[in-house]
Ligand binder design. Sequence first.
Ligand code: HEM
Length: 459
Amino acid sequence: MWSRKTFLFLVSASWPARAYTWPSPFDALEDAYTVSSGFGSSGIVDEVTPCSQSPGSGSAPGRQNTAEWLRTAYHDMATYNSTTGLGGLDGSIGFETNRPENVGSAFNTTVSFFAPLQTAQTSFSDLLALGVILAIKNCAGPSVAFRPGRIDATEAGPPGVPQPQESLQTHIAEFARQGFNATEMIALVACGHTVGGVHEVDFPQSIQGAITPDNPDGVVHFDNIATQYINGSTVDQLVVGFNHTTNSDAAIFASDGNQTMLGFAQSNDDFLSRCGDLLGRMLNTVPASVELGDAIEPLPVKPYQLSLVFNATGGLQLTGNIRIFGTSAAAAATNPADMPVQLLWTDRHGETSPSYSTTATWGSFLEATSLFGSIQFFDINAFIDPSAGISSFVVDWAYDADGPLTKSDNGGGGFPFQDVVIFQRVNSCHGAVNENSTINAVVCICLRISSHTPELLRL
Ligand code: HEM
């Protein structure tokens, strides 16, 4: 297990931050990164909370979602060929779970959890990488930056995941093919073999006699990998297992005269910082044709599920939420019910007016948490004059009831919001798989009959 007391000293592996403005193709991933539980959450962090959480909402004793996701990500990446640039973290594991190198239920369970969260803009491989980052952070592990943009494979790749019965030379060659030198191999294996363990049901060649009624899979945990390895108390079954042929951790950890493991045992900070760096590289090992975006950081102010509809009386109604995120002491201490949050819009002709504003309100159903700071959602329910419309908005807000107000304008230009094609959710229906869906939208054509007389036609 990673030690909780030191991880706060870590700094994320850093990439230059490009100004990320809303909307973006990565908005759903930013939501999933930022909102951990409660209103607006993706459910990813709930699946690994507590850190020991097993699949099926805790109904599989001896298994651990965090460990299974991390192992799945490594096995997906481990077929990468740094010479050809093919393979890497591309979701091909979904086509490879029957291979002997992918023994165990972990892979199908992990694929089944993340696959339903995919969308046209959110790949399985991005979700898996994000899930690993959130899971290890939630387990007091190192911080790893999340860079989006992975593209999923459409078929299996070549095999090539290291297996415990292989020789040290084979392991060194396999890690070199993946882009990691011999020292990095030692460190990355130690980082991986910090959560979870070896299961007798999957590796009876390495463990025997561990299965009991309370331990149906016969798991023996890795535990404090470096300290216990160095002080001789390790229970890692890939070090002290009865079968010397499958003691791959023993061969790997000793391959530099134990220097890397000794360093980790002496400094947990060093261990965490090396793990943050190497796990980041592992997750960012993608096919050469894929270009990852810059690291996602939580947006301080972000719209959530905003929608504009014509209501029954022909009025134009804006509903949805505004999310406010912060890491300051004021953000942590605020009472969201007291926070002034105001949305001020510009009409479709670029004009503002004191009447173009609405107060966003808080309610307990909007409670949410973030692994990275404090987060509050507010409800929007505003009526827009159909003849004037809306083209963008800004948000004025403060943590204290008395201000001072901060104006959030999405990096300068305001939050863009179009009123030209209006999706009518109430008049639309979603067919089952392979059935028709009906989508209704209103297309608004705005004619300026004179410079002061806008007209709105509804088709
Ligand atoms: C030579 C390289 C490696 C070999 C031979 C190897 C082998 C194994 C074996 C045999 C298990 C037991 C699986 C089970 O019983 O469920 C295991 C577990 C695990 N491995 Fe590795 N591994 C290697 C490298 C890595 C790396 C680089 C990572 C990630 C950075 C990793 C992450 C994990 C995790 C998290 C588990 C625990 C899984 C669980 O508890 O469900 N492994 N590994």
